[in-house]
Design a protein around this ligand. Structure first.
Ligand code: NAD
Ligand code: TDX
Length: 356
């Protein structure tokens, strides 16, 4: 029975990961440590909350005493650190929380793991620290080329700088203390339970509510999209097969411009809402080009060859299949969407798009 400390497990990817793992394995125990910021939502975990293999602890990864208490109480085998402030636009407006959670929080977890797993100069067998990172640490590509694990680090937003800083701390614990670690760097995820500040769920939500569809700049920035389950599968393989100290790039090899994504969502919604009155209001006329994001990275594209060759991983979900599944999920889960788009979300949305 392996015990996982999953941080940020009430967020988008973390909750998909917990749902995926509890469904797949009977002989694991998952502790979900999450602060429940605006992005954390226990409704994402309804399917596992009764499981005897899962517990939730509300808490902050920067809380040294709490994190140590968890390591003292449970025999943690793996840390999977998803917890982060994750939205680039918020980091541009207000970077402080990003430094606190993403950098200091990772440091607190590393220290607690070191104290618990290191005996003299030796590491206990079978332990590993997985840092869930992002392709954004590599910066921005021009029209050609791909990010490999040895591409230079060149973060360009406070968010990506904080993630890069965390990656370097994790690397330093391997280089200095020989801590068994892996760093995963994934491209843009999409799928169920993503907070509607991110492009895909924001566009779905705005289409359904007759709002403008904001496109930053010329809409030709490119992201490399991966269905969230394929990311979860890769992390599972990294935990079990990844060589200590290694970085693994994960990506869907599926590059799309933002305007293409928006037009695709409009088309799918119109096809799915055949007899629904909401269909009438949805059109490309809703698209509105707005002021560009500051420092907007032009293109991301991951080369996942190492992860494929070493771990036997590949993305199983094509974009055409994944995006239809995703749009359907948001249509079928309108209550989930309504609940999180009330209150504070309205204030955020107004600030980002009307006071821009
Ligand atoms: P998210 O914003 O949806 O979820 C983050 C979760 O972390 C939330 O549940 C939040 O409550 C929790 N959290 C925040 N601060 C915390 C703290 N101090 N202590 C404990 N919990 C805290 O993010 P996501 O999109 O699921 O991303 C998860 C991880 O994956 C992040 O580290 C992100 O950098 C990385 N990542 C995301 C993407 C993507 O496309 N979304 C791609 C690559 C990598
Ligand atoms: O309203 C919008 N209009 C728009 O044109 C929003 C929210 C975004 N965009 C553009 C900006 C980006 O080029 O769409 C693209 C995707 O934007 P986001 O969904 O904010 O994602 P991105 O900035 O690419 O970062 C995401 O991928 C890497 C995640 O949020 C990060 O956590 C992850 O590390």
């Amino acid at each position: 029975m392996k015990t996982y400390l999953v941080t940020g497990g009430a967020g988008f990817i973390g909750s998909n990961f917990i749902n995926y793992m509890i469904e797949k394995y009977e002989d694991i125990f998952i502790i979900n440590l999450d602060k429940l910021t605006y992005a954390g939502n226990l409704n994402n975990l309804k399917g596992v909350e009764e499981s005897k293999n899962y517990i939730f602890i509300k808490g902050d990864i920067t809380d040294v005493e709490l994190v140590q208490l968890i390591f003292n109480k449970y025999s943690i085998d793996y840390v999977i650190n998803f917890a982060a402030e994750s939205h680039v636009d918020r980091s541009i407006e207000n970077p402080m929380e990003f430094i606190k959670t993403n950098v200091e929080g990772t440091f607190v977890l590393l220290e607690a793991a070191k104290r618990s797993w290191m005996k003299g100069d030796q590491w206990e067998e079978g332990k590993k620290f997985i840092q869930v990172s992002t392709d954004e640490v590599y910066g921005s590509l021009g029209e050609t080329g791909y990010f490999s694990e040895i591409s230079p680090l060149d973060p360009r937003s406070p968010y990506s700088a904080s993630k890069t800083s965390a990656d370097l701390l994790v690397k330093s614990y391997h280089d200095t203390y020989k801590m068994p670690v892996n760093i995963t760097r994934c491209s843009n995820n999409y799928g169920p339970y993503q907070f509607p500040e991110k492009l895909i769920p924001l566009i779905i939500n705005n289409c359904l509510n007759g709002k403008d569809l904001p496109i930053y700049g010329d809409g030709k920035n490119i992201r490399d999209w991966i269905y969230v389950d394929d990311h979860c599968c890769a992390i599972d393989l990294v935990v079990n097969r990844g060589r200590a100290g290694q970085v693994y790039n994960i990506g869907g090899e599926n590059e799309k411009t933002n305007i293409d994504i928006v037009k695709t969502i409009i088309r799918i919604l119109k096809n799915l809402l055949i007899d629904d009155v909401r269909k009438e209001g949805i059109s490309e006329n809703q698209i509105k080009y707005v002021k560009d994001r500051k420092g907007h990275d032009r293109r991301y594209a991951i080369d996942p060859t190492k992860t494929k060759n070493e771990l036997g991983w590949s993305a199983k979900t094509s974009f055409d299949e994944g995006i239809i599944k995703t749009v359907k999920w948001y249509l079928d889960n309108s209550k989930w969407l309504e609940e999180i788009t009330s209150g504070a979300y309205e204030d955020y949305y107004k600030k980002m798009y009307f006071d821009r």
